[in-house]
Design a protein around this ligand. Sequence first.
Ligand code: CA
Length: 228
Amino acid sequence: MSATILVVEDEPGIQELLKFNLGQQGHDVLVANDSEEAMHSLRGALPDLILLDWMLPGLPGVDFARRIRGDQRLKDIPIIMLTARAEERDKVLGLETGADDYITKPFSPKELMARIKAVLRRRAPQMTEDVVEVASLRLDPVSHRVFGGEQALDLGPTEFRLLHFFMTHPERVYSRSQLLDQVWGDHVFVEERTVDVHIRRLRGALEPSGHDGLIQTVRGAGYRLSAN
Ligand code: CA
């Protein structure tokens, strides 16, 4: 599982430690020194997860977490809070911060990686390597193969990611800009009509097994994968 992780932390030593360990696990790491820098980073591309320090210069991590949860575009990004003391951890649990999990410093890299994996599995199933199946359409992230019933289907890399996202989030409508954020990781530098192009290609790729009808256009709203 390889994710893009935004580390919001002002201590250089911990930044380095996190960058090194996350990098070794195959993750891409973005670093912000405070909430303002983090917000700037989020305006461009959305990470798959945020590691957020409680004690930051300027806006504290806990308030930044609340701000993210109150933002329509950002609210679904999983957050793990880094806390220095047990009482901060208790507050994370007690307050409605919106954090998915917390970890107390000093932490072992092994523990942190396990927490990240657990949070991503729960919150971002398209990041995991579990096989997904909808209406006899089967996608295997490990072998990078898609089968419609017994038939192997040929998908380009973007269509594969798009289908993986839809199959792990069925029956929900996503706008073009949401799909750019979720599948392309960027809603600023790619044009929205790019989504339409890849939806068309995806339907074409699913046609041989008759699964193209799973990808539905919802007029004025976007696209959805539905078996109904
Ligand atoms: Ca700090």
